[in-house]
Design a protein around this ligand. Structure first.
Ligand code: AHG
Ligand code: MN
Ligand code: MN
Length: 298
């Protein structure tokens, strides 16, 4: 089944139009990654030096999303102020996730949260979330509250379309892999102890340095992804509106649980557009176990 037909049958019209626009812009971004791999001098609102691909993807997605006429605003990890439109939805996006991995050709991604309210607001206001993965395949993983579904870009002649590849994806009960960002020496003690216990239980490390790429492995094999609270970064690194809340929405739809170490990530009310949170997500039993350890250590 093609993406457009799936959307026509299952998703309300404005969300469907938004998804189609994101999927098409994603193909353009993917094709331009080799051409946009330079480093710029500008920094984003999180103080990170921008790559050409960060700015290029931000502009491509913003233009495509505004052109649908469905959104009032597009807030982005790469811009201080949201772009404004004539619709009613709010989009929070990480237009290029993992841009530090462009040179090494690791998987990259783009993450989108579609909110019903003006940003910043909690993930409880998400109507849907989507992420693109630029890896050995280009895939679009999405949920609008009725399960997680995946589409893969297939070139057939001059056309490339997204074809349904997985329906109602669920995180396997038996956890197999884990991936934790930052440096081990900076992890807070409960995280260090918990990771040691995962090794004892035979889980294997799968970490590529891109949130989307690392999460895909947990969704497929069971386990946990974390960008934890660090002694140097008490509020972690990943941005709630643009990264952790949309991924937490998908993770929960796949039967998992996502925590900032003390509560469900979807309950966080970010105080700023680029507010961050620690992120632990994946198999519900594992993440709840870690949440209890972090809360107890407070
Ligand atoms: P972005 O490129 O959008 O800033 O995201 C990078 C993030 C995330 O993708 C990944 O999990 C994390 O940075 C890796 O951080 P470290 O390089 O500190 O491990
Ligand atoms: Mn990111
Ligand atoms: Mn990014």
């Amino acid at each position: 089944m093609k993406l457009d037909e799936f959307l026509r049958l299952n998703v309300r019209d404005d969300l469907a139009r938004l998804t189609t626009a994101i999927s098409q812009a994603g193909l353009t971004v993917w094709e331009n990654i080799p051409l946009q791999s330079g480093v710029l001098t500008a920094v984003n609102p999180s103080g990170e030096t921008q790559k050409a691909i960060d700015v290029y993807s931000n502009d491509e997605f913003t233009e495509a999303i505004l052109a649908t006429g469905t959104v009032a605003e597009v807030a982005s990890e790469e811009t201080a102020e949201p772009a404004t439109g004539k619709g009613s939805l709010s989009v929070g996006m990480d237009p290029l996730d993992g841009s530090s991995n462009v040179e090494t050709n690791n998987p990259l991604g783009s993450i989108f949260g579609v909110y019903s309210r003006k940003l910043p607001c909690s993930g409880r206001n998400l109507l849907g979330a989507l992420y693109l993965t630029y890896g050995s395949m280009v895939t679009l993983t999405l949920s609008f509250g009725k399960g997680v579904h995946r589409f893969v870009a297939l070139r057939q002649g001059p056309e490339t379309s997204f074809e349904l590849m997985g329906i109602d994806l669920k995180i396997p009960e038996r956890p197999e892999v884990y991936g934790v960002g930052g440096s081990r020496k900076d992890w807070i003690p409960p995280v260090r102890g918990f990771v040691d216990s995962l090794e004892e239980r035979g889980l294997r490390t799968r970490y590529c340095g891109t949130f989307v790429g690392d999460y895909n492995q947990v969704l497929a094999r069971g386990g946990m992804f974390a960008y934890p609270q660090l002694t140097s970064k008490p509020r972690g690194k990943l941005r709630v509106l643009y990264e952790t809340a949309p991924m937490a929405f998908i993770n929960e739809q796949a039967g998992g649980y996502a925590s900032d170490g003390r509560r469900n990530i979807l309950d966080i009310e970010p105080d700023a557009l680029s507010g961050t949170s620690p992120a632990y997500m994946g198999s519900a039993s594992l993440v709840r176990e870690l949440e209890a350890l972090v809360s107890k250590a407070d």
